[in-house]
Design a protein around this ligand. Structure first.
Ligand code: HEC
Ligand code: HEC
Ligand code: HEC
Length: 90
């Protein structure tokens, strides 16, 4: 399991070395979620949608907050994954 995770991380690094800081891996027991921060920022053109009015910074996510933020927008907007396995990858 540990080796699999490391292998996956190495692949992720190899394919996106220049973009490493642009994607964030949100850890979850049922499979980590890779969040493309840069793509979302560019597609949505508005930091406030997720960060509110304060200066954008780290967001503390848990299951409920993440599902409310991420899944709801994907569902309402008709874009982005809404199925468990499309976000959570083992
Ligand atoms: C749009 C992407 C997305 C979809 C779709 C999604 N999740 Fe999640 N889920 C997340 C994120 C992001 C987290 C939070 C990770 C963190 O705590 O930083 C999370 C957290 C969780 C956790 C908590 C894991 C832990 O380690 O505490 C569980 C359990 C979970 N999701 C189950 C599900 C199930 C079941 C479904 C389908 C019904 C689902 N998720 C669909 C993105 C998603
Ligand atoms: C779709 C939602 C979303 C949008 C849009 C978004 N962000 Fe974020 N941002 C996040 C999440 C989620 C995190 C927390 C990731 C983590 O847990 O490390 C974050 C983290 C950050 C951080 C902290 C990084 C760190 O590791 O400390 C900064 C700075 C930031 N965002 C800036 C921005 C700016 C500037 C924009 C607009 C161009 C933006 N964000 C748009 C969701 C978003
Ligand atoms: C305000 C709307 C909005 C929010 C909030 C949002 N997304 Fe998305 N997401 C989108 C849209 C629109 C797309 C499809 C356009 C694209 O691919 O850039 C997308 C695509 C995705 C994809 C598939 C394409 C890719 O970039 O890898 C993933 C995975 C994803 N989102 C995860 C997340 C997670 C995890 C969160 C919460 C931390 C989140 N999204 C929050 C709108 C949103």
């Amino acid at each position: 399991m540990k080796n699999l995770v490391i292998a996956a991380m190495l692949v992720a690094f190899a394919t996106s070395a220049a973009l490493a800081a642009d994607t964030v891996v949100l850890e979850a027991k049922n499979g980590n979620v890779t969040f493309n921060h840069k793509a979302h920022g560019e597609a949505l053109k508005d930091c406030k949608i997720c960060h509110g009015d304060a200066t954008p910074g780290k967001i503390e996510l848990d299951k409920d907050k993440a599902h409310a933020l991420c899944k709801d927008c994907h569902t309402k907007g008709g874009q982005g994954p809404t199925k468990c396995g499309d976000c959570h990858k083992k």
